[in-house]
Each structure stands twice: as structure tokens, then as C-alpha cells.
Design a protein around this ligand. Structure first.
Ligand code: GCV
Length: 608
């Protein structure tokens, strides 16, 4: 399956070596007889310029990869019915536009909802060359350029990617190379201990030596490896804390090892106390990333990038922008998004992410990050993303990683137009359904920014108190009078981690946007919101509306003439979404009704 490139008829041959060669192949096979003049200027890197030549020809100027991006721009514009009549120039906003796969060597994917790994089987690298080439084409056509193939939780034998599996990694890197995609690997901080160092202390000379020697071996096999991705001292992963060292000392030691080869260390900031006692009211999990990292600003080597989840918790439907992304001004940062729908419907429920990302980018000054990463939603299902419509998230993530100013309607329309042959009315219906899907999902799940009312561990379907007395620090503390946690200065102080403008906007329930209310405030059920409704009425209304809107979405979506096999998959998943939305609506409303004893002002059915 070719997803949004299904109109390209010819497969990419295996004997192309560079992005510029691939650019020529793609253009000549998509537009036989059209004149293309390709001028490679290496200093331009990913950037490109396209000039129309006469009536039907183009001059493309760019770096090796820039030429490929220019070729895909011409091809996708044409397939969308747009033609370039005047010169255009483009360059990406972020140097590294990364996809992080959480694939394990046994072929399982952590938080994977579209089958098994495309790269691993039975503890070994094992893949279909044709599918890898198709994946390379899809990623490159949306502007993405770095792929980390293994889980940040590095389970044995994934460590062998740096050892016995290195030839296989080199071969895989070779398949991706013409697509301008550089591989990255997640590494296990304690790996030197498999080789007798007896310690993984980042200041120990034998440990430093092991990583240097390993980096030189790895880069000899894969000279353009983007670098190493590291999850350290988080959720049981090894890290520098065991030796009394901090994250900067850990990251800088690895950075020194990859530096001679131009590599980077992407060090994740998802670090918090995952064995919290629910009785402990002094610890507030969203504060953790800041507490672990902010004081280290300015201490990281220049080839270290801190990768920060977009929100302070963990990819909930609604979270504020992480304060670390605003505060660490002397450190290179990447924002981490999640395409895998862990908390957002498991690629069963429709959930188009670009409206959420646009909100994040609006609050993030453009110079604060230098890279973006997204946890992959890919697997070996025939359609790669499980739900055929989940592919819109991968494609539009790429468009925004190139240019965060792209607007949501045009990005989603572009994907629809490339993927399906619909009439303008049908296309408009699909675009508006996709764009409304996030808000609909938000309405029927946890209310007003509170998050975490999901089935523990699996994270699909409702369980309002499932995490309430657990170790993960994710509490809502609903009682018969009130719900939420006060995270203002007078509460846990989380809001103090933000610049003044944020504190003013969110600190007062009277000015805090409704959809963030319960993230920042503990409020009584009879709190009167700006539109005059009480908090509890708003919760009931949102849930009833979310269910109704899902029903109406299902009706409209299933009336669209999707081709097979997409139509069948969409039908089955929509049935499951309808069931899920009803469960969420009724369980959340019943939960709050039982606690508060306040009836629905509109007299609708709540099951007590
Ligand atoms: C890869 C959450 C997820 C884990 C994931 C972790 C992380 O806790 O549930 O599956 O582990 O985030 O981002 O490291």
C-alpha cells in the first residue's frame, strides 16, 4: 500500500544511491516527457528552490536532500491539482524531523496499534526491503529525515544493534539513505557493563573508553547515523543517578563519544517518580521534568538535544505546553509528540492531532526548539497505521515539522486529496470530520484537562478512579464537593515554573480557558463558568455532546465512498469507537453524579 503516494505507479528501484538520484527518478517517472533541470548545491542541505521553466518544465536547486524534497513538492502539488507558476524557495524550520519507533527486538511494539514491527522479528533485524523502501518514500515525501528504529526502553537483545546486529543496521541504513533518512538507535546506558566494566558511571574512564570505542565502530559501519536516543533514570531504565551523577554528566559523556563523527545525543526528559505514594501530597508529577532539568540549563554539550514531551504529564488529550520548552534557553531542545494513539483511542477512535499541535506551536516561540520528534504510529499492518485515517497524523506531522505555520485545514485537505479520489463535497466532509475528531474525543473522555481517567496500563476505555490510588502520580481527587488539583502558587506551585504571561492567563479560574480548568484548579461542582453553566453541568453536557457528535460523525463518515480495504477497516473501527464513546459518556457522567448527587439540568439519562 502506498497511502498518500498511491498515485505513484512505479516502485523505487533498489539501485539508487543518493537522494538526488531518487529525485530524478521520481520526477521522470511521475511526469514522463517533462524537462527537469536539477542543480545540486550541497551548501543548501535540505533547502530548495523551484523555478518553472517555459510551459512545462522545472529547474530545481538544492542540496542532495533538498532536491528530493523539491521533487516531492512538485509531485504532491501536481497530484493535488496545484501547479507552480512562479518560483518558490523553502527550507525546514527544524534540522532533525524525527520519528521514534518503540519497537522491541521480539517484534512487539510498545504502544503499537498497527501490527508488529516493520524492522524486527524473533529477536533479530528482519524486514521486507520493499516495505522499507515504501516507508522511506512516505517519510521523505512528508519531509521527515530521522528514524529511530528501536524502543527507548531497550530490552535485550536490542542492545545488539551496537554489536552483533551492526551489519544488519548498516544494511538498513543503506536502504533508507536515498530517501534522505538517517537512522538513530536507542541505547542502554548500562551497556558497557555487558562487557566487564563493572560500572556504567559516566565519569569512569573505562566506561568513557567503551562508549568511544563503540561509537567509532558503529560510525564505521553507519557513517551517517544521526546519533543515540536515551531514556535514562526513568521508569526503571538505568542512568547516571546510580553513581551520584546528573543528567548533564550522563549525556555529555555519550556526546563526547559521538562528537568526532557528527552524531548527536537525544536525551529524553520524561523523568519523574513512578513509584509515588498517593498519600503524598507534596509531590506533583507535572513538576518533575522542570525539577530534574531546569537547573542544568547551559551545562549540556553542544551535540546534546533534550527531548521534552509536549506536556508535563504524558500525552494526554489536553495538557499545557511543558514549561521546560519555554524555560531552558541555553540548551538545544526537541519537542516530543506522540503519533501512536496511546491515550487518544488506540488508532480505533478517530483522532486527528493537528489541531492540538497547532495550539502547542502557537504558545511556543519559534526559536525555542531546534528539532521535533514524534513517537511512531507505524506497524506492519498492510496500511502501516492500523486505521487508514490515522495516516493523516504521520503526514501532517511531517508538514508541520518542516513548517509549523502550515494551517490545519490545508494540511489535512492535502492529505485527503492525495489519498482518496473524492468529489469536492466529499473531500470537505472528510476534512471537517477529521478536524473535529480531536475535540469530539476530548468531550467524551476525561473532562476539562484532568486526564488519566483511562483503564490503567492499557490506556483504552474509561476507568475514572483506575489510577487514583496507584503509583504513577496521576490523581484527580474527585470527592463529593470538588475535583482537580490546585497547581497555582497557592497549591502545588507547578504554575510557578512558567513565565509571567502564562501564570496570569492560567492562574485565575476566571481567566483560565475552560478546557484547562481542572488541570490547574480544584473547583467545586457548583463553580459557575464564564458561560453561566456550573462545572458539573459542563461535564454532563460535554459528555452527552461527545457521544451525539460521535454518532453523527459515524453516519457521515460511513456514507463516504472509501475504497476497499479502507472502507471495511473504517467501518469496523467506527463500530468500536461508538461503543467506546458510549461507555465513556455513561461511566464519567455516572461517576460524577454518584459523587456529587447533582442531577443533570437537562434531565437526560444517567445510570445510577
Ligand atoms: C516507552 C509512558 C508509556 C510508556 C513509554 C513511556 C516513555 O509511560 O506508557 O509505554 O515507554 O511513556 O515515554 O518512555
Amino acid at each position: 500500500m502506498k497511502l498518500w503516494l498511491n498515485q505513484l505507479k512505479q516502485a523505487v528501484p533498489s539501485d539508487l544511491n543518493t537522494p538526488a538520484e531518487l529525485a530524478r527518478f521520481e520526477l521522470e517517472s511521475a511526469f514522463p516527457g517533462v524537462a527537469f533541470d536539477l542543480c545540486q548545491q550541497d551548501s543548501m542541505g535540505d533547502a530548495y528552490r523551484i523555478e518553472p521553466l517555459g510551459t512545462d518544465g522545472f529547474r530545481l536547486t538544492g542540496g542532495n536532500t533538498g532536491l528530493l524534497y523539491a521533487a516531492y513538492r512538485i509531485i504532491t502539488d501536481r497530484l493535488c491539482g496545484e501547479s507552480l507558476s512562479s518560483p518558490v524557495a523553502s527550507s525546514p524550520a527544524y534540522a532533525l524531523r524525527m520519528v521514534n519507533c518503540w519497537d522491541n527486538a521480539d517484534g512487539e511494539i510498545e504502544r503499537g496499534y498497527s501490527g508488529r514491527s516493520l524492522f524486527f522479528r524473533n529477536g533479530r533485524l528482519d524486514y521486507s526491503d520493499d516495505r522499507i523502501r515504501m516507508l522511506g518514500r512516505l517519510l521523505a515525501s512528508s519531509g521527515l529525515n530521522v528514524l529511530c528504529i528501536n524502543n527507548v526502553n531497550v530490552h535485550f537483545p536490542a542492545q545488539l544493534l551496537l554489536e552483533d546486529y551492526l551489519p544488519g543496521l548498516a544494511r538498513l541504513a543503506g536502504i533508507f539513505r536515498p530517501f534522505g533518512i538517517r537512522l538513530m538507535v536507542s541505547v542502554d546506558f548500562s551497556q558497557p557493563m555487558r562487557h566487564g566494566t563493572g560500572t556504567a558511571d559516566p565519569l569512569d574512564p573505562s566506561v568513557r573508553e567503551w562508549w568511544k570505542e563503540t561509537a567509532s565502530r558503529v560510525y564505521a559501519a553507519v557513517p551517517d547515523l544521526a546519533g543515540f536516543l536515551v531514556k535514562a533514570d526513568s521508569e526503571g531504565r538505568p542512568g547516571p543517578f546510580a553513581y551520584g551523577r546528573n543528567h548533564a554528566e550522563g549525556a555529555n559523556m555519550l556526546a563526547e563519544a559521538v562528537k568526532p563523527f557528527g552524531g548527536v545525543i537525544v536525551w529524553r526528559c520524561f523523568v519523574y517518580n513512578c513509584r509515588q505514594d498517593w498519600r503524598d501530597t507534596g509531590t506533583d508529577r507535572p513538576k518533575a521534568a522542570w525539577e530534574h532539568y531546569a537547573f542544568l540549563d547551559g551545562q549540556f554539550a553542544d551535540n546534546v538535544i533534550l527531548q521534552v514531551k509536549h506536556g508535563p504529564f504524558d500525552f494526554q488529550v489536553r495538557e499545557p505546553l511543558s514549561p521546560l520548552l519555554l524555560g531552558m534557553k541555553k540548551t538545544k531542545l526537541a519537542m516530543e509528540l506522540q503519533l501512536a494513539q496511546e491515550y487518544t483511542g488506540h488508532q480505533i477512535d478517530l483522532y486527528t492531532m493537528i489541531p492540538m499541535w497547532k495550539e502547542l506551536y502557537e504558545e511556543l516561540p519559534s526559536d525555542r526548539i531546534m528539532s521535533v520528534a514524534a513517537v511512531s504510529n507505524l506497524g506492519d499492518d498492510e496500511n502501516y497505521t492500523g486505521h487508514p485515517l490515522a495516516a493523516v497524523n504521520l503526514y501532517t506531522y511531517g508538514l508541520l515539522a518542516w513548517n509549523p505555520a502550515v494551517d490545519a485545514v490545508s494540511a489535512v485537505t492535502r492529505w485527503c486529496r492525495l489519498t482518496y479520489r473524492f468529489t469536492p463535497e466529499q473531500e470537505q466532509t472528510l476534512v471537517s470530520l477529521l478536524l473535529s475528531s480531536r475535540r469530539i474525543y476530548e468531550k467524551y473522555t476525561a473532562p476539562l484537562g484532568i486526564g488519566w481517567m483511562v483503564t490503567p496500563h492499557d490506556h483504552y476505555g474509561p476507568n475514572p478512579s483506575g489510577y487514583e490510588y496507584d503509583l504513577w502520580g496521576t490523581y484527580h481527587k474527585a470527592d463529593r464537593n470538588a475535583v482537580g488539583i490546585d497547581r497555582t502558587h497557592s497549591g502545588t506551585g507547578y504554575l510557578d515554573q512558567y513565565p509571567e504571561a502564562f501564570r496570569e492567563k492560567y492562574g485565575d479560574p476566571a481567566s483560565c480557558p475552560d478546557l484547562y480548568l481542572l488541570f490547574y484548579h480544584r473547583l467545586p461542582y457548583d463553580f459557575v463558568m464564564r458561560d453561566g453553566r456550573t462545572l458539573i453541568q459542563r461535564i454532563y453536557d460535554d459528555h452527552f455532546e461527545g457521544l451525539e457528535e460521535t454518532r453523527s460523525m459515524a453516519e457521515k463518515l460511513l456514507a463516504l465512498p472509501f475504497p476497499e480495504p479502507d472502507a471495511a477497516v473504517i467501518r469496523v473501527r467506527m463500530e468500536r469507537q461508538l461503543y467506546n464513546a458510549r461507555e465513556w459518556c455513561d461511566i464519567i457522567n455516572t461517576f460524577f453524579h454518584r459523587l456529587s448527587g447533582i442531577p443533570d439540568g437537562k434531565g437526560r439519562t444517567i445510570y445510577d
